[in-house]
Design a protein around this ligand. Structure first.
Ligand code: AMP
Ligand code: MN
Ligand code: MN
Ligand code: MN
Length: 307
């Protein structure tokens, strides 16, 4: 197995590292083993599987990664709410799910079930008959809690919208009838679960919440206060100027930086390990965090040491 000690000490040289990806354990198209194989093929050597509100795919991914000499970090992407916004927090979990996180994941699965009933009722009002059953048919036979992408596919199949993008734009996206957030725990709670499991809490895709810089600053402050220690500096493809500005906001608060494609399915613009260029900044890579360095036997670097 390639140890994390082989990793670069600088985010800008983080090629081959992808700490945010999805499998069929949540709303991804590839089974965990197939995702690992694709990562291997694309030169990703260090990966985290971060399915929405579950670690169900981790064991399969781990068995697939080992014979290929790849380093797989268990993870999850938790749904939460902060000031009425649906915020995602990636947990990088060197010890897997344990402690409060174990129970937290059970609660998340229940929240997802309850939420899908509310979404279904709302979509029935706009003409999607048997919405819950139709969404359930979109999981490819996987027995997992439903997500909004399943409802989006059901809307397309019923010809109520031409494509997934329109389904989100009209019915499921931020502020639309199918955007039901009230079931999710507060941001601070999911961060506590991750810390309790001995993991590192990473704020996912901070540029994708439609926030002003000022509001993002407040989110970062609250996330930090709650025990969040890292933020995705680059998530898939993003504007270079915004990345530089984000790096300043992270540096000011002493956050570690993470990198992830947020890959869901092949054939689109996003692929495992595919990211916008990462600028040279003082932000320390999350893989240098003492709790993750122990996982791969790398020399830990504290946030105050500059690189
Ligand atoms: P959920 O976890 O059920 O709240 O669903 C959120 C997921 O829906 C995200 O993780 C994406 O995979 C997907 N999603 C969100 N917005 C869009 C969009 N505009 N177009 C396509 N997929 C989206
Ligand atoms: Mn998703
Ligand atoms: Mn997300
Ligand atoms: Mn994601």
């Amino acid at each position: 197995m390639t140890a994390l000690s082989a990793l670069p000490t600088c985010l800008a040289e983080g090629r081959g590292i992808d700490f945010h990806m999805h499998s069929t354990a949540s709303d991804g198209a590839l089974a965990p083993a197939a995702l690992v194989a694709l990562c291997h093929q694309r030169g990703v050597t260090h990966m985290a599987l971060t399915d929405h509100d579950t670690v169900a795919g981790v064991a399969e991914a781990q068995s697939a990664a080992e014979p290929l000499g790849m380093c797989l970090l268990p993870g999850t992407e938790l749904s939460s709410q902060w000031r009425g916004v649906n915020i995602h927090v990636v947990g990088l979990l060197p010890h897997g799910a344990q402690g409060a996180l174990d129970e937290g994941l059970v609660a998340q699965a229940r929240a997802r079930e309850a939420r899908s009933e509310v979404i279904a009722t709302r979509l029935e009002k706009i003409g999607l008959k048997d919405a819950l059953a139709r969404a359930r048919q979109q999981t490819g036979g996987e027995d997992r809690p439903l997500g909004r992408p399943d409802f989006a596919k059901a809307l397309v199949e019923a010809e109520l919208v031409p494509d997934i993008a329109t389904a989100f734009k009209k019915y499921l996206g931020n502020g639309k009838p199918g955007d039901v957030k009230s079931h999710w725990p507060y941001l601070s709670e999911v961060v506590e679960w991750i810390v309790d499991a001995g993991g590192v809490a990473v704020l996912a895709h901070p540029l994708r919440y439609g926030m002003t810089r000022r509001k993002r600053g407040l989110l970062l402050d609250d996330f930090h206060k709650a025990g969040g220690e890292a933020v995705e500096l680059v998530s898939g493809y993003q504007n270079a100027d915004l990345t530089r500005d984000l790096a300043r906001q992270l540096d000011e608060r002493g956050f570690y930086g993470s990198l992830g494609s947020d890959f869901h399915f092949p054939g689109g613009a996003i692929a495992p390990g595919a990211l916008s260029d990462v600028p040279r900044t003082r932000v320390v890579p999350v893989w240098m965090h003492p709790r993750l360095a122990a996982f791969g036997a790398a020399k830990p670097v504290t946030n105050s040491e500059s690189i």
